[in-house]
Ligand binder design. Structure first.
Ligand code: ADE
Ligand code: ZN
Length: 330
């Protein structure tokens, strides 16, 4: 049994496995330019973030109905449960779907159908985090926030994703201010491919409570000290960083250095269908390749629950943390 953990950086659209993509394409009459799953898997070879995003957005064409989003989320939850996930904070990209003519309610209600039964069926509590595409105008993000108003009871927070370089957090200041007024929690991708200054902007201009990735903070020692002092959680995604070439090889990943510097690190899967592993696979890989021992893996699992948006259910957080402390590595 894997160590209990929370997953805090997971794009639900990034859990679309080739088999499900092809079966939804057939069901919905969507033409994909791939002969089969092997052919599709061959396309999962990326140069950088942009080349991944091109395929990621193209494959979303197969998602058309509430039932499709429900099936996608259900498949993720089953896999996550098998890898020890007890709590999942799930990102979704509404603009990638509304731009194709779907209603935002189709997306949210479809996902919510699977999430609602996740505690009983999979032993997983969940939160939904609505991400804005930073390579689209801020006005589009604001319109999306407006469109989501009838569904805010289903949404815990907002995030910021897609192509980072040239799209600084400052662009979304007003959207984040409005989200704060609506009582939403705030996170943002920063320092994945963008410079360390974007991490500072996310904290100072957007008021984020966690930084997604945050990898490039290591280039700025003063920023590392600040993140450590302020106990800002970072949601790292080691296998994603290798596949998108943010690091050369897993062996060169700065995670051990970041933990030694006192950063509140968590390990997550990002887009597991595309990057070769779910969150448990990421834990296994950093244990094996970076030489992290049981107590360091326990620290990562503990951090995941400390950083979770479980403020409205402290009992669950405490129960999960107790499970982490009593876990025995085999
Ligand atoms: N959308 C899905 N995965 C992403 C990533 N790793 N970075 C930015 N946007 C994303
Ligand atoms: Zn991400």
């Amino acid at each position: 049994m894997p160590i209990p953990k929370a997953e805090l950086h997971l794009h639900i659209e990034g859990t679309l496995e080739p088999e499900l993509a092809l079966s939804l394409a057939a069901r919905n009459g969507v033409d994909l330019p791939y002969a089969g799953t092997d052919d599709l898997r061959k396309a999962y070879e990326f140069e950088d973030l942009r080349s991944f995003l091109d395929l990621y957005y193209a494959l979303m064409a197969v998602l058309r109905t509430e039932a499709d989003f429900e099936e996608l989320a259900e498949a993720y939850l089953a896999r996550a449960a098998a890898q020890g996930v007890r709590h999942a904070e799930i990102f979704f990209d509404p603009q990638a779907h509304t731009a194709r003519g779907l209603g935002i309610g189709t997306v949210i209600e479809g996902l919510a159908r699977a999430l609602d039964r996740a505690p009983e069926r999979h032993g997983i509590s969940t939160r939904l985090i609505m991400c804005f595409l930073r390579d689209e105008p801020a006005a589009s993000a604001m319109e999306t926030l407006e469109a989501a108003r009838p569904y805010l009871h289903l949404i815990t927070g907002i995030g910021l994703d897609s192509a980072e370089a040239g799209n600084p957090p400052s662009k979304f200041r007003e959207v984040y201010e409005e989200a704060a007024r609506l009582g939403l929690r705030r996170v943002a991708h920063a320092g994945e491919e963008g410079p360390p200054e974007y991490i500072g902007q996310a904290l100072d201009l957007l008021g984020v409570e966690r930084v997604d990735h945050g990898l490039r903070c290591v280039e700025d020692p003063e920023l590392v000290r600040r993140l450590a002092r302020e106990r800002v959680p970072l949601t790292l995604c080691p296998l994603s960083n290798v596949r998108l070439r943010a690091v050369g090889t897993l062996k060169e990943h700065p995670l051990p250095h970041m933990m030694a510097a006192g950063l509140l690190c968590t390990v997550n899967s990002d887009d597991p269908a595309y990057f070769g592993g779910y969150v448990g696979d990421n834990f296994d890989a950093v244990g094996r390749t970076l030489g992290l021992g049981p107590e360091q893996l326990r620290e990562l699992a503990r951090n995941s629950f400390l950083a979770a948006f479980l403020d409205d259910d402290e009992e669950r957080r405490a129960r999960c943390l107790a499970e982490v402390e009593s876990y025995r590595f085999g």
